[in-house]
Design a protein around this ligand. Structure first.
Ligand SMILES: Nc1nc2c(c(=O)[nH]1)N[C@H]1C(S)=C(S)[C@@H](COP(=O)(O)O)O[C@H]1N2
Ligand SMILES: [Mo]
Length: 199
């Protein structure tokens, strides 16, 4: 009987609070980029929201920097199975930016300098669930991690957190972004292990 229960215990994965199923903890910060790191000078940086009717609202770096910033401590989860708990960022809540935009859209396509895209339901960007961050761990966000500014949508797999973000296109219908068109899940909830289409 002792042997049976020991075998059982050895197979059971200890569950770590905050760690979604199938993930392991990492303490370093891996870099995952599908292409080269775009270098965006701050005087050419902009963030543009395009609504479903084609109206645009654009912020320069100085305008973005002047918006109220929040300190955010969150866990992040990459679909390649690493998770990093308690990461600290500083950025502007999407609520602050989208407050100035009139829309009836339900989805957003997030766009980056360099051409990366990823789709997110608009409600997942609102109510304090997403930020455009320009600082990590008390320092300016490093270029390889998306600096000068990236999206942070920590409740979804980290591919939804577009680096070098340059805008949002608001849409009535959901459309796949870069990884979603290659077979990744349209939503990407790490707690439901929504890694690939069909999960
Ligand atoms: N523009 C852009 N954003 C991106 C990516 C990318 O290739 N290009 N990779 C995504 C993926 S798959 C992950 S896991 C995270 C990695 O962020 P990191 O390199 O800061 O760890 O960025 C996401 N955002
Ligand atoms: Mo990823």
């Amino acid at each position: 009987m002792g042997i049976i229960s020991r075998g059982f215990g050895g197979r059971r994965r200890e569950s770590i609070p905050g760690l979604p199923p199938g993930q392991y903890l990492t303490h370093d910060f891996p870099v995952l980029s599908a292409g080269p790191t775009p270098r965006v000078p701050l005087d050419r940086w902009h963030f543009t929201v395009t609504t479903e009717t084609g109206e645009q609202r654009r912020w320069t770096w100085d305008e973005f920097s002047a918006l109220p910033h929040d300190d955010v401590t969150v866990d992040i989860h990459c679909v390649t199975k690493w998770s990093k708990l308690g990461t600290t960022w500083r950025g502007v809540a999407l609520d602050t930016l989208l407050d100035e935009v009139e829309t009836a859209a339900d989805f957003a396509m997030v766009h980056s300098f360099g051409g990366y895209t990823t789709n997110v339901p608009l409600e997942d960007l609102l109510d304090g669930k997403a930020w455009i961050v320009d600082s990590f761990d008390g320092e300016d966000l490093a270029p390889e991690h998306g600096g000068p500014a990236r999206m942070l949508v920590p409740h979804l797999y980290f591919w939804k957190s577009a680096k070098w973000v340059d805008g949002l296109r608001l849409m009535h219908e959901d459309e796949p972004g870069f990884w979603e068109a290659a077979g990744y899940h349209m939503y990407g909830d790490p707690w439901l292990e929504q890694r690939y289409q069909g999960d």
